[in-house]
Design a protein around this ligand. Structure first.
Ligand code: SF4
Length: 117
């Protein structure tokens, strides 16, 4: 069955770009809306273990849409390309949104807008 998931990626949690928001509240707000099947937080998807995480996750053929809220979507697409290729995951199923320098409310709205597009 087709599943939709949201990943939050936060530059290890140390980058000031993510300090105006409560990342757990962002995830909880999306969970309360019930608009995706799963959510998770990864500190650094563009690191080697982030690649492994993405590959392992997207080997699941049930995933139909994978939303990633973090840095610029074009950067995301470049950085995740190998992991998706290695998993046999169609990169078109990945949709990114830049939530850097946003408050919790702004990040939630940007993510909802992406999911409801
Ligand atoms: S993928 Fe983007 S948001 Fe995630 S750690 Fe790397 S630069 Fe930061």
């Amino acid at each position: 069955m087709a599943k939709k998931g949201l990943l939050l990626c936060v530059c290890q949690g140390t980058c000031p770009s993510f300090h105006q928001m409560d990342v757990f509240e962002v995830l909880n707000a999306i969970r309360r809306e019930n608009i995706v099947d799963f959510v998770s937080l990864h500190p650094q998807l563009c690191a080697t273990d982030g690649d492994e995480y993405l590959k392992t996750l997207t080997e699941n053929k049930d995933i139909d849409e994978l939303y990633v809220a973090g840095c610029d979507p074009t950067m995301q697409a470049k950085m995740y390309r190998d992991a998706f290729e290695n998993a046999g995951f169609d990169a078109k199923k990945h949709k990114g949104v830049d939530i850097r320098n946003m408050t919790t409310e702004q990040a939630v709205s940007a993510i909802k807008e992406l999911i409801n597009k």
